[in-house]
Write a protein that binds this ligand. Structure first.
Ligand SMILES: Nc1ncnc2c1ncn2[C@@H]1O[C@H](COP(=O)(O)OP(=O)(O)OP(=O)(O)O)[C@@H](O)[C@H]1O
Ligand SMILES: [Mg+2]
Length: 357
C-alpha cells in the first residue's frame, strides 16, 4: 500500500527518541555480512528496483532495513538467500561477502546449504512457512536434520530445547501439535525456534511481527532481541515501522524506491535525521509527530517501478527539491564518521525555512 502523502516534521531537533543508543559502537568488528552495490532489475523494467545498495552487519548487531511498501526490502533479502524469482528478477550488480564467499554468485546447491543453517530467515506470515501436515516437532527436527548428522531422537531433543528457548508454554505438548492448533504469536515463536535451531550466524527477519496483535508484537520483538543478544547472531530486521526500529536497532538503513537514502546508528538517525524522506517517516510515528514544530506536506506517491524518475527518486515528493535533484543522482555520502545521507540539500536545517515558505 502506497501512502498518498506524508507529513514532514521539519525541525532542527526532531526529538530525542532512542538516544539511549546514540553512542557509536566501540571497536568495530568484522562484519558477518557485507553487501556492496547490490542492484536488482526485473524483466521489462528499465530501472533497477534495488539500486546500488550497500550495508553490513556485525555479530550481535541489529541492522534495521526500513522503508515504505514496495521499496525493495524483501527482494534485497531474497537475493541474499538465493530466493529471488529469476526470471523475472536479475541481480545486475553487487557482492555480498559472507564467510569468505559471495552469496550473490554461489551456485544454487551451495546457497541452499547455507540457507537454514548459517543464515536463517523469519517471514511475516508464519502460516505460509509452516507445513500444515507435519507437527511442530517434526518440522523443527527436520530443519536440524537437513543440515546436521544427528539421529531423529537427537533432532527432536533439539526441537524441544528450542521450544523452551522461545518460551512456549507446555513445550512437550506443543511439539506434537500441528500449526493450526497454535495462535499466530505461537506460530511465530515456532518459526523463530526453527530459524535458530542450527545456531545461524545471521538471522534475517522480514516484517516478523506485522501480522500479529500489538501486544504480541512487542513480546516477539523482545524475544528476538534477547535470543540474539544471547547467541551473538547478527540480525537484519526488515520493517516499515519506526517503533520497531526504536525497539531493536543498533543501526538503521532507510530505503526509498530501491536506494538507501540514509544510514547510521539508530540514535543518530532519530536525533539528527537529514534525508527529507526520513523526516517524512518520522512524522508517521505518533510520539515524534506530537512534537511538531513546523509541518511541511509531502504530496505524491512512491514512483511506480516502471517510471522511476531520473536523478533523486524522492524528488517528486521532496519539499526541498531543486532542479539539480532531477539531473543528478545524489550518492550516499558521509555527513559524519558513521552517518551517511544521499541528498544534495544536507544539512537540511539550512533549507527548512525555504521549504516551509
Ligand atoms: N516477482 C515479482 N515480479 C515483478 N515485480 C516484483 C516481484 N517481486 C517484487 N516485485 C517488485 O519489486 C519492488 C520491490 O518489492 P519488495 O517486495 O522487495 O518490496 P518491500 O519493500 O518488501 O515491500 P513490503 O513492505 O510491501 O513488503 C516492488 O515494486 C514490487 O512490485
Ligand atoms: Mg516485503
Amino acid at each position: 500500500m502506497h501512502p498518498e502523502s506524508a507529513l514532514v516534521e521539519a525541525s532542527n531537533s526532531p526529538g530525542n527518541a532512542a538516544n539511549k543508543r546514540s553512542a557509536p559502537r566501540a571497536d568495530p568488528v568484522k562484519p558477518v555480512l557485507a553487501v556492496q552495490n547490490l542492484s536488482i532489475g526485473f524483466k521489462g523494467i528499465n530501472s533497477n528496483l534495488v539500486d546500488g545498495v550497500s550495508f553490513s552487519v556485525a555479530p550481535g548487531e541489529t541492522l534495521c532495513l526500513v522503508g515504505e511498501s514496495g521499496c525493495g526490502k524483501s527482494i534485497t533479502a531474497l537475493s541474499l538467500m538465493g530466493l529471488l524469482p529469476s526470471p523475472p528478477a536479475e541481480i545486475t550488480s553487487g557482492r555480498a561477502a559472507f564467510d569468505g564467499k559471495d552469496l550473490l554468485s554461489l551456485p544454487k546447491s551451495e546457497i541452499s546449504e547455507i540457507r537454514g543453517d548459517r543464515i536463517a530467515m523469519v517471514f511475516q506470515e508464519p502460516m505460509t512457512s509452516l507445513n500444515p501436515v507435519y507437527t511442530v516437532g517434526e518440522q523443527i527436527s527436520e530443519a536440524v536434520r537437513r543440515h546436521r548428522k544427528v539421529t531423529k531422537a537427537e533432532a527432536l531433543d533439539r526441537a524441544l530445547e528450542m521450544l523452551k528457548r522461545v518460551r512456549i508454554p507446555a513445550p512437550e505438548k506443543r511439539l506434537k501439535e500441528y500449526p493450526h492448533q497454535l495462535s499466530g504469536g505461537m506460530r511465530q515463536r515456532v518459526m523463530i525456534a526453527m530459524a535458530l535451531a542450527n545456531d545461524p550466524s545471521l538471522l534475517i527477519a522480514d516484517e516478523p511481527t506485522t501480522a500479529l496483535d500489538v501486544t504480541i508484537q512487542a513480546q516477539i520483538l523482545k524475544l528476538i532481541n534477547s535470543l540474539q543478544k544471547e547467541t551473538g547472531t547478527a540480525l537484519i530486521m526488515i520493517t516499515h515501522d519506526l517503533g520497531v526500529v526504536a525497539e531493536v536497532a543498533d543501526k538503521v538503513a532507510i530505503m526509498y524506491a530501491g536506494r538507501i537514502v540514509e544510514a547510521g546508528p539508530v540514535g543518530e538517525i532519530f536525533e539528527n535525521p537529514q534525508h527529507p524522506y526520513t523526516l517524512g517517516l518520522m512524522s508517521s510515528m505518533p510520539s515524534l509527530a506530537k512534537r511538531s514544530g513546523r509541518l511541511v506536506t509531502v504530496a505524491g506517491m512512491v514512483p511506480p517501478a516502471d517510471a522511476m524518475p531520473n536523478g533523486c527518486r524522492f524528488a517528486t515528493r521532496c519539499p526541498f527539491y531543486t532542479p539539480d535533484c532531477s539531473r543528478n543522482v545524489p550518492h550516499l555520502s558521509q555527513l559524519s564518521e558513521d552517518h551517511a545521507v544521499a541528498c544534495f540539500r544536507v544539512p537540511l536545517e539550512e533549507n527548512i525555512g525555504e521549504a516551509a515558505s
